[in-house]
Ligand binder design. Structure first.
Ligand code: ADP
Ligand code: CA
Length: 537
């Protein structure tokens, strides 16, 4: 009878009502020592089973976690979109990188460079309603290329450069209207639109410098080499950046002597634990398209005639230019005058030396109030280190076959230009029938302009240090857009990330091993505890 009773209470205790049953047994007058020993026996028998069971379960769970963590999961990619709204055209770049390797250098890939059909956005001042159509094709491409579930976390930026800077100087309201229209259109997409703004010339120069040095692996490589304090001259490591656009041009580099007195504040960067003191300057109106207008405006003023014999175009080439287009421009309006003709006929003569002479007039060397200057009395330290030249520097020199490292002197470039400019337009036009006429007709001018600008910067005996570049290491194009995105998404840390003490597999193995030890210790502990309390009894 008693046995039946006790076995009944044991059964119920297994369902969690043990305490109530035990209390009722006590009230029925069983001795308390008898009660305790039964409870202990119950626990020592079932407790071991429960502990063993828990142990096996935890082991399986730990192994499962370890295996899941270590199996080859597909990489977690991130994307970013940057529109380069230049003076002559807009390009949309899509970048892709692995989220795990976010702080490593050189791991961002440009997966798309979508050229927006049409002119630069500053041309939409009087037809902002056309902006959605203008941008929609490339945005459609972005929707196609970026997986849908990533859209909401993909940042979109639009940076406008010199074309919009000039429009803002001419008509601030127009520039604002264009940016507002761009903003509302880009906001209508499921991406994470951040902003559409006009970037400054210094930003354009600095981000171009960051881009090339990031892609060339110049920023982070040092971490494995030496102790930062032992390196004296960081410019030996980084490349200067030369960007030539249609409306402005930038030069950015780490000068040899950063202690020289400067009227312009040097830029200070701290990247991957290193400090950089960078000189950057952006020359508005000295992009190649504006420089051509400037040259034509000056020529027209100096020899006012309806026909201009122009040595910067091939013999036999002709072009008509509206006088109003030539002078209704922030860069040329200081030369505005009254002319008895409203169209200018340009006739090419193809003479490189004469062309160069005229182009030198665009760079007056006025009085320099500082330790060293470039043209227009602008402070510039002597050029120093290796340089990467991109955008129109590259397009022009690539076409002229002058980007090879075998072109080591300025004389080699001069020889090539003399010969190229003198070629009749008819012959050039048929030889390169597939090249856009606007570009083809201007390579004589732009080649001469590149050479003259570099002479003005004092690269004459320094030519072999200029490296014309486009796509770097097959990762991404040289230009300001990548540096802009890297900065805005905090992908370049100021300090070097501390390496983790263990690799992931080591970490998981250690976790499993320690958990096992813990489980064993716990089980052994419980057994010993139960055994000792049993013997005590
Ligand atoms: N394939 C090419 N050949 C020659 N010139 C080119 C080519 N592609 C672009 N360009 C020129 O490169 C320049 C790019 O300038 P852009 O970025 O639009 O202006 P900015 O940077 O001054 O705002 C323009 O002068 C354009 O005509
Ligand atoms: Ca540009």
């Amino acid at each position: 009878m008693k046995r039946d009773c006790s076995s009944g209470s044991q059964k119920r205790s297994a369902f969690g009502a043990g305490r109530i049953v035990l209390a009722s047994l006590a009230s029925h007058g069983f001795p308390s020592g008898y009660q305790d020993s039964r409870v202990k026996r119950f626990l020592s028998k079932n407790g071991l089973v429960i502990l063993g069971f828990t142990f096996i379960l935890s082991l399986i769970a730990l192994l499962a976690v370890g295996l899941t963590q270590n199996k080859n999961t597909p990489e977690n990619f991130k994307f970013g979109i940057v529109f380069d709204a230049g003076s002559s055209h807009t390009t949309m770049y899509i970048y892709k990188w692995s989220a795990e390797k976010v702080n490593d250098t050189g791991l961002v890939y440009e997966i798309e460079a979508c050229k927006v059909k049409g002119p630069g956005i500053s041309a939409f001042a009087s037809n902002v309603q056309d902006i959605p159509v203008y941008l929609s094709k490339c945005m459609g491409r972005a929707k196609e290329l970026i997986p849908k579930y990533k859209h909401h976390q993909t940042p979109v930026y639009l940076g406008a450069t010199a074309g919009m800077r000039l429009l803002r100087m001419e008509n601030e309201q127009s520039a604002k209207r264009i940016l507002a229209s761009v903003t509302s259109f880009l906001n209508s997409y499921p991406f994470n639109f951040r902003d559409a703004r006009i970037i400054s010339g210094s930003e354009e120069g600095a981000y171009g410098w960051i881009t090339i040095n990031y892609l060339l692996g110049k920023l982070q490589k040092k971490q494995n080499s030496e102790d930062p304090s032992s390196r004296k001259n960081e410019s030996q490591e980084t490349y200067g950046a030369l960007d030539l656009g249609g409306a402005s041009t930038q030069i950015t580099f780490v000068p040899k002597d950063t202690n020289i007195s400067s009227p312009i504040k040097f830029m200070q960067f701290r990247l991957y634990g290193w400090n950089y003191t960078v000189y950057t300057y952006s020359f508005l109106c000295y992009g190649q398209d504006q420089a051509l207008l400037l040259k034509l405006a000056k020529d027209t003023v100096e020899t006012p005639s309806g026909t201009l014999l122009d040595p910067c175009f091939h013999p036999g080439y002709e072009r008509m230019v509206d006088i109003s287009d030539l002078f209704n421009n922030v860069c040329t309006r200081e030369y505005k005058d009254l002319f008895p003709f409203d169209k200018l006929r340009i006739q090419g003569t193809g003479d490189f030396l004469q062309c160069q002479e005229r182009l030198h007039n665009l760079f007056p060397t006025t009085y320099c109030r500082y330790t060293s200057c470039t043209f227009n009395g602008v402070f510039m330290p002597p050029v120093h280190g290796e340089f990467g030249a991109f955008s129109a520097y590259y397009y022009t020199m690539k076409f002229l076959n002058l980007t090879s490292d075998k072109v080591t002197s300025e004389d080699m470039v001069i020889e090539k230009m003399k010969q190229y400019c003198s070629r009749p337009w008819k012959e050039v036009n048929t030889t390169y029938a597939d090249v856009k006429e606007k570009y083809l007709s201007e390579y004589c001018f732009s080649g001469t302009y590149v050479l003259t600008l570099l002479q003005v910067y004092n690269f004459t005996d320094y030519w072999k240090h200029i490296h014309f570049m486009h796509k770097i290491n097959d990762n991404a194009e040289a230009g300001w857009t990548l540096g802009y995105m890297l900065n805005l998404t905090n992908m370049i840390p100021a300090e070097l990330p501390q390496p983790k003490p263990f690799s992931r597999p080591t970490y998981i193995s250690l976790m499993v091993a320690f958990s096992l030890v813990l489980a064993i210790v716990f089980i052994l502990g419980s057994i010993i505890f139960h055994k000792s309390s049993y013997f005590q009894k």
